[in-house]
Ligand binder design. Structure first.
Ligand code: ATP
Length: 337
């Protein structure tokens, strides 16, 4: 009964799947993680972003209990993580950097062996289900040595699923995946979140994160420089950039001049370049419709997450970005300058 109650409390929404406070990790003179707090609720998908060397992998390794923090505490699914791992890691799955397997065994045998080493008895159907969910059903009998990088990533996810995780920690899970594989991972992550699984997803692929994340933690030089929900990010981000193609660009420029905070100019590659927040863009679209100007194409060239990430992790502040001409905004951020 007690056990059931504990499970219930831990898995309810609102209870933290991850609660880490004051984490510090130094390697010699390098402070990889510097007083970091992070919390993730059940069913929440949180994106972890940061430039190379920001401390993302070090954070994930501490959450997995692979390295000990110099200070700070980690609680996973209601259990304190101690240096022996303890109960805290029981329902945690995932991988850091890239998953590794036995090259001379098949995908299925690897999973069977991993489950055994993990002290779990995975039924054949469960292994089939995990392989199917990651799209490896028809390659399950092939030896690992013949797997592509993307297939190994998929098998890593299947291995994580076999642990029936309540918390998934994934480091670059889509690296090496083709577009179909990337979409499949996104669907899988959203399905798991709908079942209440919390996910921390580290990635450099901002476009992929935007499709699945409810919230973000942005790191720079070992510290959290921004933390919040996707809606908060949209509200706080510098202007996004759009490419707009209309039936009458000359009149569209006149209409756009009446939308106050928005900036627009003819684009070098044809059409119009626009820098705007989403509300201003809504206003422009409505105004163009009222003026019977057709929108032939509208593309988001720099998203709120991209502009926010750029402002937070480079020496260009949000104000400096908001002052750029639309074309310059897109070119600067896309070039990563
Ligand atoms: P990337 O996006 O390149 O994977 P990251 O955000 O994951 O980077 P970390 O790998 O956590 O960054 O590294 C953070 C800092 O800690 C870097 O300066 C790195 O050189 C240093 N570091 C990480 N692991 C070690 C280690 N085992 N020994 C020494 N320094 C380390």
């Amino acid at each position: 009964m007690l056990c059931q109650l504990v499970r219930c409390c831990v898995y309810c929404r609102g209870v933290h799947a991850v609660r880490a406070t004051g984490l510090v990790k130094r390697f010699g003179t390098t402070t990889a993680v510097d007083g970091l707090d992070i919390s993730i609720g059940s069913g929440e998908v949180r994106g972890l972003l940061g430039p190379n060397g920001a401390g993302k992998t070090t954070l994930l390794r501490m959450l997995f209990g692979l390295i000990r923090p110099d200070s700070g505490t980690v609680e996973l699914l209601g259990h304190k993580l101690d240096h022996l791992g303890g109960d805290a890691l029981d329902a945690v799955g995932g991988f850091v950097e890239e998953p590794s397997f036995y090259p001379y065994l098949s995908g299925r045998s690897n999973l069977r062996l991993l489950a055994k080493l993990d002290g779990q008895r995975a039924a054949a159907e469960e292994i089939d289900d995990a392989l199917g969910r990651v799209g490896l059903g028809d390659r399950a009998e092939d030896r690992l040595s013949g797997y592509s990088t993307g297939m190994r990533q998929r098998l890593g996810l299947a291995a994580a699923l076999l642990r029936r995780p309540r918390l998934l920690l994934l480091d670059e899970p889509t690296s090496g995946l083709d577009p179909a594989g990337t979409r499949a991972v996104a669907t899988l992550v959203r399905d798991l979140a709908a079942e209440g699984v919390a996910v921390l997803l580290s990635s450099h692929q901002i476009g992929e994160l935007e499709k699945v994340c409810d919230s973000y933690t942005v790191m720079r030089r070992g510290r959290v420089v921004w933390d919040g929900s996707a809606a908060e990010l949209d509200a706080q981000a510098p202007q996004s950039a759009y490419a707009l193609f209309t039936s009458d660009d000359v009149r569209a420029l006149e209409v756009a001049a009446r939308v106050s905070a928005l900036r627009i100019q003819p684009a070098a590659r044809g059409g119009l370049a626009v820098a705007a927040r989403i509300d201003d863009m809504d206003e422009l679209v409505a105004a163009l419709g009222d003026s019977h100007i057709l929108i032939r194409r509208l593309e988001l060239t720099v998203s709120p997450l991209e502009s926010m990430f750029f402002a937070l992790t480079t020496d260009h502040g949000a104000e400096a970005l908001d002052a750029l001409e639309p074309q310059q905004l897109a070119d600067t951020i896309l070039a990563g300058a």
